[in-house]
Ligand binder design. Structure first.
Ligand SMILES: [Zn+2]
Length: 391
């Protein structure tokens, strides 16, 4: 378990990632150690704080802790901003996770209407701006006798403004990248808008990484996160567009072409077949009934000297991951990703009708892309027209 649920807001499970529990005390300690520096910064924007009482005794520790917790509460409210707008449009939110680099609101469906995406993406940074403004208002309004509170709200004012600015960087997976995609998607296909926004995201990640090399290790970490996020988002959208009208049945290996093994074959025979047929996974059938799935990894678990003595039924997995032939390729692919497996059995009414591997999905993807259909809108491809791939 990397993360656990701490509660629900508007019915959305709020999850805390273990990395946050590591970073929170560290952050509190870092802020507490730099109270005088922050006082200098805050006095530039007219805070009028006196550093001496704030840096004496245990006070920096309390200030650091309150500021660190406040910072992550700000991140949580930022994610709630995205989530509430998304829910008003009817997109369900699976959960909000707080982790080392901030927060993530998990959506089941990505909005493809540019106005929806624009409003959902901009809502988070808007919340951060409002939080920054309210915190700054409190800093100005509260009396000097409450300098400890004024320090914390002053810090939160600066950080929430910084959070809004950072998130509006115009590249994936930042909110600014989504705003950019929404604006691009007004007059070009969604997949193409994603590609462009992802390229901008990667460019920013590279620039940030170079700055990080000279300035701050943490920036390199964020740059890596942005780069991976941008690549992932681009791949996902590409796949979604390519597989819009493709079902598992269209790209699976049908049962009649499927190589199967019987449960009483020896592991040694199975490995021999895998070697000859260059095939690493077989459904296991007993009298025509599906009883399991056996892979190269399963067979390799048996020590070499015992492979004559062990049978397929001893090593096969019976906990079978199945999809229906009519389900979408993306759903099947997500199932494989979630369970970290390379193949799923395709079953209709309990009967094995085929096998779908990750390789099948990737091969189909490259065929669809090479056929030139990738940059076309799904509605155009549905009519089976030959679409030239852009000007
Ligand atoms: Zn955001």
């Amino acid at each position: 378990m990397r993360s656990f649920t701490v509660g629900r807001i508007y019915g959305i499970p709020i999850r805390i990632d273990l990395t946050l529990l590591l970073i929170l005390p560290l952050l509190a300690w870092l802020i507490g150690g730099q109270v005088d520096l922050w006082v200098d910064n805050l006095n530039v924007i007219g805070a009028n704080l006196d550093a001496d009482p704030l840096t004496s005794g245990q006070t920096p520790l309390y200030l650091g802790s309150a500021a660190a917790v406040g910072l992550f509460l700000g991140v949580l409210l930022h994610e709630l901003g995205h989530s509430v707008v998304a829910m008003r449009y009817g997109y369900p939110i699976d959960s909000i996770t707080l982790w080392i680099l901030g927060g993530i609101a998990q959506f089941t469906d990505q909005p493809e209407d540019w106005k929806h995406e624009f409003n959902i993406a901009i809502a988070g940074p808007l919340v951060s701006v409002v939080l920054g403004a309210v915190s700054y208002g409190a800093l100005v309004a509260l009396p000097a006798s409450l300098d400890t509170v004024r320090f914390v709200v002053g810090y939160l004012a600066l950080m929430n403004f910084a959070l809004a600015a950072f998130n509006m960087l115009p590249g994936f997976p930042m909110d600014g990248g989504r705003v950019l995609r929404a604006l691009l998607a007004r007059n070009r296909p969604y997949a193409q808008a994603t590609q462009t926004a992802a390229e901008v995201g990667k460019l920013f990640a590279i620039l940030l990484g170079i700055v990080g090399l000279f300035a701050n290790f943490f920036l390199i970490l964020i740059a890596l996160f942005i780069y991976v996020g941008a690549s992932g988002e681009a791949q996902r959208t590409t796949m979604n567009a390519a597989f819009a009208d493709v079902s598992v049945r269209d790209i699976m290996t049908p049962a009649e072409d499927l190589r199967t093994v019987s449960p009483d074959a020896t592991v040694a025979d199975l490995l021999g077949r895998m070697f000859r047929e260059r095939h690493t996974g077989y459904p296991v059938l007993a009298d025509g009934d599906l009883v399991g799935l056996v892979t190269l990894d399963d067979a390799r678990e048996v020590p070499e000297v015992e492979r004559e003595a062990y049978l397929v039924e001893d090593v096969m997995s019976q906990d079978l991951l199945t999809v229906s032939a009519d389900s979408s390729v993306m759903d099947a692919f997500d199932t494989m990703q979630e369970h970290g497996v390379g193949r799923v059995l395709v079953v209709d009414d309990g009967d094995l009708v085929g096998l779908l591997t990750r390789t099948d999905v990737m091969t189909a993807l490259s065929i669809i892309r090479d056929a030139g259909a990738f940059s076309a809108a799904p509605s155009v491809r549905r009519e089976g027209e030959d679409v030239p791939s852009g000007p």
